[in-house]
Ligand binder design. Sequence first.
Ligand SMILES: Cc1cc2nc3c(=O)[nH]c(=O)nc-3n(C[C@H](O)[C@H](O)[C@H](O)COP(=O)(O)O)c2cc1C
Length: 159
Amino acid sequence: MAMDQREYRNAVGCFATGVTIVTTLDHDGEKIGITANSFSSLSLDPPLVLFCVDAKINSFEAFESCRHFNINVLGEDQMDMSNNFARSSEDKWDGVEHGYGENGCPVFDGSVAVLECDKHAMYEGGDHLIMVGEVKKMTYQQGESRPLLYFKGGYAKLA
Ligand SMILES: Cc1cc2nc3c(=O)[nH]c(=O)nc-3n(C[C@H](O)[C@H](O)[C@H](O)COP(=O)(O)O)c2cc1C
């Protein structure tokens, strides 16, 4: 039986996630960033994390060939940033304040956490590529922090 894609999205969208912006540099040193909620921690020793990148998006080749990437875990006040990096656009980075991690990839102040990664492995996963990174440096907000959430196709906040 052919899978109804809308129904499939509705079903998997019942799994609530956080929201990240994953950044890297392409081979010309241009900044790359995409909103991604496919992030997951993977291994404690070594410290591995993963996210999945859609083979159809403009940034695909940059992620496929990169050596490093950064996971910026967004806070609830960064919804505009999430929307900005969820669209294909030439001017994604215009006016976006950012710094750089030790690995040279962009980081966003105000993120709930930033994980600086070396690419560890890649695996095919249907129409996505599973990107595994080894965390080399991490920062996270101490004390109370409020993550941005995603659930059933829309943003949510902690109660
Ligand atoms: C909440 C949310 C989560 C997303 N998660 C992913 C993801 O995990 N992987 C992915 O490839 N695209 C994901 N996207 C879509 C990408 O952000 C979008 O296709 C990308 O920014 C396109 O940019 P580009 O064409 O400039 O590469 C997500 C979008 C939203 C709104």
